[in-house]
Design a protein around this ligand. Structure first.
Ligand SMILES: Cc1ncc(COP(=O)(O)O)c(C=O)c1O
Length: 429
């Protein structure tokens, strides 16, 4: 780690990868990752959910290798047949997808979705919700797990953000139909797009209610606002059709990424043909989506193979793992009388250290962050890896199994027993 810290700022290449102690990883396979000291961890970060099939999945590795080896690599003019094949598969699976464009990261996808929305509406303002993360760019890098005293104001995630860009974004209250209605009545004519994580997995798992999603769909239509579902986490992880297929609400545009190619860098902007066609090269279209690496064949091949492998049995397995973990964890909290709850959806799970309902990030301010941190640290000590940050989700992959769940629950009980009764401030690690 020391050597890394000399040449990489803070010893890493992404702000969001910070861990509590110096860890350098040297290998990853299936559900496990190995650090430089040879210690093996069960991985519940799974590259923030990207490696849905497990690390170094052999069929994905083969697809990448075969593409490069005697197949095709980056050509960078026009398109490959692979891109057309992947777009067709996504169009067949995702309800809102009539056309698709491929980029390299979720942030690029949300950036382009918002630019496209501005182009088609001729409006400038966009709306995101408190608690959602949509990437690192200036339009959206704000108000995720915001400190209590900054709620209600603009809380930027970075220095150097262009005020003109961040000022064009309004942060709205999640799951609040009344507030949405007021906002659209007041400013609907200025709003180009509303972007939403239909399940806010960047603060654990806060699900948009059916009522809220229905209102959002209806009111954005009424006001001519583009509705964007950011399914960078929920897409592929919860189903090939994304969460939109599960909730039955079809947005105008959708962003996909993360689990799309099991960790290979590819993401997508998909949506209605009449909007997406604006992204065609001139003279037909006028919205620029460019990138040297867009649609790189090895990544596209990995995405196609990922879609092959995400069959009904894979989802059955993932959902079962999630349910078993959540009910086992809740049982531990109940038996030990700990005011905590097991939350999550499908293959996503996490403990919230408070009792009571939650509809939005503001409700999660009740979370005992010290307890949360201590739980995570205790789990990492016992060989179960995740980000140390409170409210962050744990992700299953297809490579996890019932034995991992049993071992994790055993460790979780051990950790909770150790923490129970201790004043929070004494257990901060
Ligand atoms: C919902 C959501 N949208 C967008 C992004 C940005 O994706 P990327 O990190 O690939 O740029 C993330 C990343 O965590 C995300 O969770």
């Amino acid at each position: 780690m020391d050597r890394n810290a000399v040449v990489l700022p803070g010893g890493m290449t992404s702000t969001n990868r910070k861990v509590d102690r110096p860890l350098v990883f040297t290998a990853a396979r299936g559900a496990d990752v190995v650090d430089a000291d040879g210690r093996t961890y069960v991985d519940y970060n799974c590259a923030f959910g990207a490696t849905l099939l497990g690390h170094c999945q052999p069929a994905i590795a083969k697809a990448v290798f075969d593409t490069m080896n005697g197949g095709i690599d980056l050509i960078g003019l026009s398109a490959t047949s692979l891109e057309g094949e992947l777009a067709a598969r996504i169009v067949a699976s995702v309800p809102s997808a009539e056309q698709a464009m491929f980029v390299n990261s979720g942030s690029e996808a949300t950036f382009h979705a918002l630019r496209l929305a501005r182009a088609v509406t001729g409006r400038q303002q966009i709306v995101k919700f408190q608690g959602s993360y949509h990437g690192w760019h200036d339009y959206v890098a704000m108000n995720v797990a915001t400190p209590r005293d900054a709620i209600g104001s603009k809380h930027l995630l970075s220095a150097g953000v262009l005020p003109a860009a961040s000022n064009a974004t309004t942060v709205a209250r999640f799951n609040d139909v009344e507030a949405l209605d007021q906002l659209l009545r007041r400013s609907g004519h200025d709003i180009a797009a509303i972007i939403i994580e239909p399940i806010q997995h960047n603060i654990g798992s806060v699900v948009a209610t059916a009522t809220f999603l229905q209102a959002l769909r209806q009111k954005t239509r009424e006001h001519g606002v583009v509705l964007i579902f950011d399914e960078v986490v929920t897409g592929f992880r919860h189903g090939l059709g994304g969460y939109q297929e599960i909730c039955g609400i079809t947005p105008d545009l959708t962003t996909l990424g993360k689990a799309m190619a099991n960790g290979m860098p590819i993401a997508a902007l998909v949506g209605k043909r009449e909007l997406m066609e604006r992204c065609a090269p001139p003279p037909t279209g006028d919205v620029m989506i460019a990138g040297t690496y867009n649609g790189a064949p090895a990544c596209v091949a990995a995405a196609l193979k990922t879609m092959d492998l995400l069959d009904a049995a894979a989802y059955d397995h993932l959902y079962r793992l999630g349910e078993t973990m959540r009910s086992g964890l809740q049982d531990i909290f109940d038996r030990l009388s700990v005011p905590a709850q097991a939350a999550g959806f499908g293959s996503v799970w996490l403990p919230y250290f408070f009792s009571g309902d939650f509809l939005r990030y503001e409700d999660l301010l009740a979370n005992d962050d010290s307890m949360d941190r201590a739980f995570r640290a205790g789990m990492i000590d016992r060989g179960f890896l995740t980000t140390p940050t409170p409210l962050k989700r744990y992700n299953f992959s297809v490579a996890h199994n019932a034995e991992h769940v049993a071992r994790t629950l055993e460790a979780a009980e051990d950790v909770v027993r150790a923490l129970r009764g201790a004043p929070s401030r004494e257990i901060v690690t």
